[in-house]
Design a protein around this ligand. Sequence first.
Ligand code: IPT
Length: 970
Amino acid sequence: MSFRTTGTTSTTSSTDRTAAVDYVEDVSPGEGALAPRAWYASSDAKCLSLNGSWRFRLSQTADAEDDSFAADGYDAGDWAEVTVPGHWVLQGEGAFGSPIYTNHLYPFPVDPPRVPTENPTGDHLRVFDLPADWPQLSDGGAVLRFDGVESCARVWLNGTELGEFKGSRLAHEFTVGHLLKTVGNVLAVRVHQWSAGSYLEDQDQWWLPGIFRDVTLLHRPAGAVRDFFVHASYDHVTGEGTLRVDSDVDGRVTVPALDIDVATGEPVAVPVEPWTAETPRLYDGVLATEGERVPLRIGFRTVELADGLIKVNGEPVLFKGVNRHEWHPRRGRALDLETMREDVLLMKRHNVNAVRTSHYPPHPAFLGLCDEYGLWVIDECDLETHGFVEQDWRDNPVDDDRWTPALLDRAARMVERDKNHPSVVIWSLGNEAGTGRGLTAMAEWIHARDTSRLVHYEGDWSCRDTDMYSRMYASHEEVDRIGRDLDGGTGKRRGLPFLLCEYAHAMGNGPGGLADYQRIFEAHDRVQGGFVWEWIDHGIEHPTLGYAYGGDFGEELHDGNFVCDGLLLPDRTPSPGLTEFKKVIEPVGVEGCGDGTVRVTNKQDFADLSALAFTWSFEADGETVASGGLPVPALAAGESAEVKLPQPPPDLPAGAETGWTVRAVLAEDGPWASAGHVVAWGRLPVTARVAPSVAAAVGPVAEGGLISLGPAAFDARTGALRSIGPVAVTGLRLDVWRATTDNDDGTDWKSHVRHSTLWRELGLHRMRHRLDAVELGDDALTVRTRVAPAAREVGLSTVYTWRSDGDRIQLTVSVTPEGDWTVPLPRLGVRFGLAEADAVTWFGGGAGEAYPDSRTASAVGRWQSTVDRLQTPYVRPQENGARADVRWAELGGLRIEGDPEFWFTARRWTSEQLDAARHRTDLAPGDTVWVNLDHGQHGLGSQSCGPGPLPQYFLNAAPAEFSFVFTATG
Ligand code: IPT
């Protein structure tokens, strides 16, 4: 192998062998590909998918093999096979290398544009015949399209080299008509994992080489459409839409529903229904040239920056968005259409109205779905150079003119490919790439090419190149200040609208604080919403670990489970965070006015309420006792009305806790959910419950090593509870520990406030329980203890008082902190073990998990589940599964009533086991079900990348008293 001594590939003298792979380290975007253009499916021109099984050979270096495999007649019979689209590291059961996860660190030495000698290189070979109905080879031409190849590819057809390209998540096309044969076409593609392009693709995700999107052969008849640009604007004053389709091959444009039949390039104005994400009205049209007909899906809408706001069709938009990486737990970023559709459906069903395609243009079909179902899109360029932050951004490619052609190529490939999607309202230059001339060049090019959309980039707070001020993970307080225009900032920025392109880091259990953000977004016009980080956990299905994350493939550098920070678990199960988000961003507000009326507010930006029906139900002790429809006027966007509720039903059980639930549901089956799907709801309490209490009627009696009190038995020496009626109870005592969440654990760059570190330093995970006294009183058993960690002076004086009326037994716990407590507690309550428990019924918050700053979606009602189903299987195990505001719960033969309401958790392992587990599969159910009844829980926050819990969600050590009444139900 040759050894080169100088750095820049283009000027290096080298042997022929190495020169043959110089393109890999060349900063230019490549050679041979056609100019970028709109991505579309023709109505009549043929196309042939080359997806499927390809022959595959993996080499460890870029130059290990010559290009003879590309020649006609090469025998690849002994090669392996891979599926295209796909990533080779996710195929072959480890035989083809493995994925690498890093957040921002380059997994190779930073010496741009050089890449390591060890450069996994996959040769892909596919032989294909033209289908019988393929037109004559003399009829026009053909184009070969690659929709996505990571990170650099060189392509040959029938032995002729077509070129090479970089820009992994962008389309590249080659003219191939002159090379095609009817049978036995040999398509050879060499893919290098690392290239100069890798320096531009340092997104926080798995590094996954391969041909991961479609490969298609497109017939291009003579006179076919090449590129076209649909300009479809909407004038909200006149209600007219203006359509002009520019096409580089002349033709006609027809839109039957609008009686439009005009030449390309000619504008036409007609009254239309506009496109918005809430009302995604698309008009079907056709662009016909001499050689081809192309279906158009036209959405009329106008995006502008006006009055310092992002407006669509004259109205400011509030983005309730998510950041979406493309992810499938087995196929990585090779997504099929159904998975893309599932994402869109899940978003719509959870009230999400916007997507940022972090951090690269998605498969184009995804944008088609966004047009169809209605989602605002920030389409982001395939650009991130985050790893240069390690050297204070020195040598950053975006500030180095040599790289500018590559940056402009990426910008053009995104804009040209996606320009005809009405859903795309904002172009984003990329993510975390510092600042520099290259970004300015991209923004200038984009602004000039497309005046109908706005430009976003977060990394430059001066907003030099952008139409909006964008930030990530700013605290509530800062966002509020920005909303009040108190954020300082220089000239241009001051007049710009604000959005959070990332916030509410959804890693593990969380995010907390969503509702608090939403209140701020809704309070200030300038703040136009945000995009939760992120949509889905990028866990990789693994035979022994459940889902793998960073480090599970032996990577030398990795960022662990930071890759699992989504609102969906890897299999697309919605996490409690998504349920919370759905509630927080619901498009209809429902609030009680206290006098038998409810105030309904249409919180949408465009649509009226005519698509929704309203229902009421009246609940007593969590059970619905009456229900019906609620007539609500079809309020226009932004309007509210007070609506009278019916009379409460008669004959309610005495002392019952009662309340109304008003729901807004889809009135009819729609494209993304069926009639009855709940879009929004509100609960209006009427009468409060009567707190449980036990009038002591019996006293404790010691006998034979046991103390009995009513239905309960205790150890006479320790005062420990042994049983309640026939139910054995073990280990009941105060508990302050929780298996720390990713948000408790925080992140390196916020080390000063990492709660789990502070908690562990203090020893809250190893509290000792000192017994001070077991006192048998006339009507109570009192057990006095002090709960404290070794080596520290802080402690919790804890007194357990038991009283019984003969049938039931009440435990009152009173806790008095001693010493100087400077950190909040993870939780405060009691825990105990039950030998057998499975079914769980409770009256309180549900159906899902809730924590102090993520409890908006928790609905008070009567719920049933099982111990197993109470768990949320976060990819990295951590505290989960609490149910909020529980009045009473029944499991394992016990009924437990709380005063006040409590947090209820039950699991088949201890918090300590949960804390120690690294993967789901580390958790083995034991014989005991551990139950936590908590008086308090510390908030969640989103400190794994953003701010911690707000002060009001801190569980500060303070004197507390709480009680539970236990009854054996057996
Ligand atoms: C921010 C990134 O933009 C995103 O890709 C992801 O890494 C996210 O953080 C964390 O999961 S960058 C961070 C330094 C704020």
